[in-house]
Write a new protein. Structure first.
Length: 385
């Protein structure tokens, strides 16, 4: 696997005094991940793009020019053509400081550090992180200390690499800052704009995972009609209860197959929150897994990942359009119809083949009378009624 460079920045503040003006309700950390050999090219391309959108020496999300939603989206569209990936942690500070064990800032940051350490290095074991050395809350310094003290070493990964740079001198830290701030605008209630959803549409192909915490209640990026035929809340609640159980059970796993399952479910969750009615193509999930240097086929995805998740009682439906987390009776019906359209003809074919074999051998070969094929015989008889 090639070495990756991550440029990381955060959006939001550490204050929990929400009654004061200007205090953010969300804290967002975003890492922009680039192949080491592509860093110079991506940096140069970003500088060319940024120079066309602002004359300022440094790209800042809060700059006056980018308070205009149209200009912000234009810049995001331009940078989305660059070769990078996004991993973000989005924390709702209101939830964690209300009746929780994370009432204090140190515990709060320690938990976020743990999330980043567990998940970011699952995607990229060979990762060097570069952060702005002028961060006001010293978040990255705390993360460095946490990883050095807590990171589990492996034979493949001998230790994290960190460095700090001035954002004025490193354009790719500016890109991380702009992405983190743009993602924050999809969450912050005071920054709500109906067009903010377009941010995630633009960045969709770049996003590996938006790790929201706490993850309940489920947050959608668009409007969802809570109508039984279109969206069944009881069904969704149960499925996400099982998903959260699975994630908690396996969050510290070193098993590569389970890591692939987690990456797949993370992406299905992201797409569900964007649009609970849409399907995800196999290639999109395979693409997320490939960042770990693992190349799998569609058959392996279905057999070793989706099927294993279903065995863990996580309901994932499929159709000719791909995979999705179901949200309605209609989703389940499509899933049943998809399988019945394949299974019933197969059963019918076996029944016809059995008749031909019995006729050709004057009944000397009659496999369906064997005990091991009793269930198959029952299915053939049922299907023929």
């Amino acid at each position: 696997m090639s070495k990756k460079i991550g440029f990381i920045d955060e959006s939001g503040d550490k204050s929990i005094h929400f009654e004061k003006g200007g205090v953010t309700t969300y804290f967002v950390v975003s890492a922009i991940i680039i192949d080491e050999e592509s860093v110079s090219q991506v940096r140069e391309q970003f500088q060319e793009i940024s120079s066309k959108h602002t004359q300022a020496p440094e790209i800042k999300l809060n700059a006056k020019a980018f308070q205009n939603i149209e200009k912000r989206l234009e810049l995001l569209k331009a940078v989305s053509s660059l070769d990078f990936r996004i991993y973000s942690v989005i924390v709702d500070k209101r939830k964690i400081f209300e009746d929780s064990g994370l009432q204090f800032r140190n515990s709060f940051y320690k938990y976020i550090n743990g999330l980043l350490d567990r998940e970011l290095y699952d995607y990229y074991p060979y990762l060097e992180l570069i952060s702005d050395k002028h961060g006001t809350d010293k978040f990255m310094e705390g993360f460095v200390t946490y990883v050095e003290e807590n990171h589990k070493q492996t034979e493949l990964f001998k230790g994290p690499t960190f460095s700090f740079s001035d954002s004025k001198d490193e354009p790719l830290i500016q890109l991380a800052d702009f992405v983190a701030g743009s993602i924050a605008k999809c969450y912050e209630p005071e920054k709500f704009d109906p067009r903010n959803r377009e941010i995630l549409d633009i960045l969709d192909k770049k996003i590996l995972h938006l790790r929201e915490w706490p993850e309940v209640p489920l947050k959608f990026f668009g409007k969802v009609d809570n109508v039984d035929e279109q969206y069944n809340q009881e069904l969704v609640d149960f499925i996400f209860f099982r998903i959260n159980e699975f994630i908690l059970l396996h969050q510290d796993t070193t098993n590569p197959e389970i890591k692939n399952q987690l990456i797949s479910i993370y992406y299905l969750i992201f797409r569900f929150k964007k649009n609970p009615y849409s399907y995800v193509y196999s290639d999109e999930i395979i693409d997320r897994i490939s960042v770990r240097g693992i190349n799998i086929s569609k058959r392996v995805l279905n057999k070793d990942i989706i099927a294993r998740l279903r065995e863990s009682k996580i309901l994932i439906t499929s159709s000719s359009n791909g995979y999705k987390i179901p949200c309605s009776k209609a989703d389940i019906m499509r899933f049943y119809n998809n399988y019945s359209s394949k299974i019933i003809p197969m059963i019918d074919t076996i029944g016809k083949v059995d008749i031909v074999i019995k006729n050709a051998t004057s009944g000397n070969i009659n496999l369906l009378e064997n005990e091991e094929y009793r269930l198959l015989k029952d299915l053939i008889e049922t299907a023929s009624r």
